[in-house]
Design a protein around this ligand. Structure first.
Ligand code: FCB
Length: 475
């Protein structure tokens, strides 16, 4: 995995049909966690546990989007994006994760969707972006097979209510994070550190996807597109060591981080090497007859979330590869790091070429529907400057570099349809709380005052013109 791509520096233009957008998630922006009959989610529980969130905040207020949605949609219209990707808070719609819909919860999303349509913005719905109703976790959570059925019921209900307004439907956001950060690493809700249970969660998430796609496919109108969003972490080889041990570490890391979800979805089977790697922990007895065919049903879109690429530096012999408290089950001993790249405020390497590499790897190796970059963005130490503005040249440079990567991907003939920036408004960034700002708009959480950052204006110009005039990243 060494091939690199160079990015152009001159003016570039994008095809007019290319879809610029932005993305959010319910728990991260909505706040109003007790409004209108909303139930409790695992993130409400988890974020209130001492020590779980870096800055001690929780999602109770977040960006107060549940109350400010009108002005927020107006701001999206001003930004000029064609797509707005958002998720449905399961506990607003089914407070306990099962049974009839809470009409007030559905009404919120109907109003939101209608206003988007009125403003000429295409809504893109993610059914599940991590806020599992607590009652379902109490019944076993994702390691329990029943949760897959519950997701499909929720999906059917949401589709029946919003299907006439929404053409783009995604089942899950980053099931890797749900399974492995939630149940193996424990950094995310529900905070369990049970590697074997995390593997059952992996399968039940995929099954829930398959069952939901089956219901949606039966109910869809023509023109409606169904899919899933996965996150990918393409491993870079270390610079100086090419040993069998390192090669095996790269393979194991890639198996759990990238192929564990993709292969079942696209090829209808778990990677053989992954099954072998995980044999000490599971016999995959959670896979029942018919599951894999359900999981591998055709899709119309694959969402790709890309933030960075890490180098596999080696293995730590002191760490058991199945040790609880590590996300990458079977590869807990693999040591990753940054290979000489500048980093964001979150210490993530800035690696736009990695996105080119990733989309090429995907389309070279898998038979895929059209791709969409459903998330990409960066967090920095943003501040309101004395002139009242928020100057974020590093975010502008990050976005420009990734837009140039997109141009290159299109030049390679890869069927990539759109690119969504994470995220319009600063929001509750999971275990980092309010301390990690990814927004194009600065949010003062005390006053809920929104201030457009320089990057907002930069992205607005890109969305309006479909072009980048000149390389501004060096400026
Ligand atoms: C992704 C999540 C999204 C956001 C970004 C920064 O993994 O899907 O909710 O937290 O990271």
């Amino acid at each position: 995995m060494t091939n690199e791509f160079s990015l152009s520096t001159g003016p570039i233009t994008f095809p007019p049909e290319f879809g610029w957008g932005v993305a959010t998630a319910s728990y991260q922006i909505e706040g109003a966690v007790k409004a209108d009959g909303r139930g409790q989610s695992i993130w409400d529980t988890f974020s209130h546990l001492p020590g779980k969130i870096l800055d001690g905040t929780n999602g109770d207020r977040a960006s107060d989007h549940y109350n400010l949605w009108r002005q927020d949609v107006d701001q999206l219209a001003d930004l000029g994006v064609r797509y707005y990707r958002f998720s449905l808070a399961w506990p607003r719609i089914q407070p306990d994760g099962r049974g009839p819909a809470n009409q007030k919860g559905l009404d919120f999303y109907k109003r939101l969707t209608q206003r988007l349509l009125d403003k000429g913005i295409i809504p893109w719905v993610t059914l599940y972006h991590w806020d599992l109703p607590q009652a379902l976790e109490d019944a076993g959570g994702w390691p329990s097979r029943d949760t897959a059925q519950r997701l499909a019921d929720f999906g059917e209900l949401a589709f029946a209510a919003l299907g006439d307004q929404v053409d783009h439907w995604t089942t899950l956001n980053e099931p890797y994070c749900t399974a492995f950060l939630g149940y193996a690493d424990g950094e995310h809700a529900p905070g369990r550190q049970e590697p074997a249970a995390a593997l059952a969660a992996m399968h039940h998430l995929l099954l829930g996807h398959g069952l939901t796609i089956e219901r949606w496919a039966a109910a869809r109108r023509s023109g409606q597109e169904l899919g899933i969003t996965l996150n990918f972490s393409p491993p870079l080889a270390p610079e100086d060591s090419d040993t069998p041990e390192v090669r095996d570490a790269i393979r194991r890391y890639d198996a759990i981080a990238n192929r564990a979800f993709l292969n079942p979805l696209v090829r209808g089977e778990y990677p053989a090497d992954l099954v072998q790697d995980l044999a000490p922990l599971t016999d995959f007895g959670f896979v029942r007859e018919g599951d894999m065919a359900l999981i591998a049903q055709p899709m119309d879109a694959l969402g790709v979330n890309y933030y960075n690429r890490l180098a596999v530096l080696g293995v730590d012999p002191a760490v058991d590869r199945f040790a609880p408290g590590h996300a990458n089950v079977g590869a807990a001993d693999v040591v990753t790091g940054n290979r000489g790249r500048p980093v964001t405020g979150r210490n993530w390497p800035v690696d736009p070429e990695g996105l080119i590499w990733l989309t090429k790897w995907l389309t070279d190796n898998y038979d895929l529907p059209p791709l969409w970059v459903t998330e990409n963005g960066s967090a920095w130490e943003d501040r309101i400057a004395p002139d009242g503005a928020v100057h974020d040249p590093a975010r502008v440079a990050f976005l420009e570099a990734h837009a140039r990567a997109i141009r290159k991907i299109l030049d390679l003939g890869i069927d990539l349809r759109g690119y969504f920036v994470w995220t319009p408004w600063d929001n509750f960034e999971w275990a980092f709380g309010e301390s990690s700002r990814f927004g194009l708009v600065y949010v003062d959480y005390e006053t809920q005052q929104r201030t457009e950052k320089d990057s907002f204006h930069w992205y607005k110009a890109l969305a309006a013109s479909g072009s980048i005039p000149d390389d501004q990243s060096e400026a």
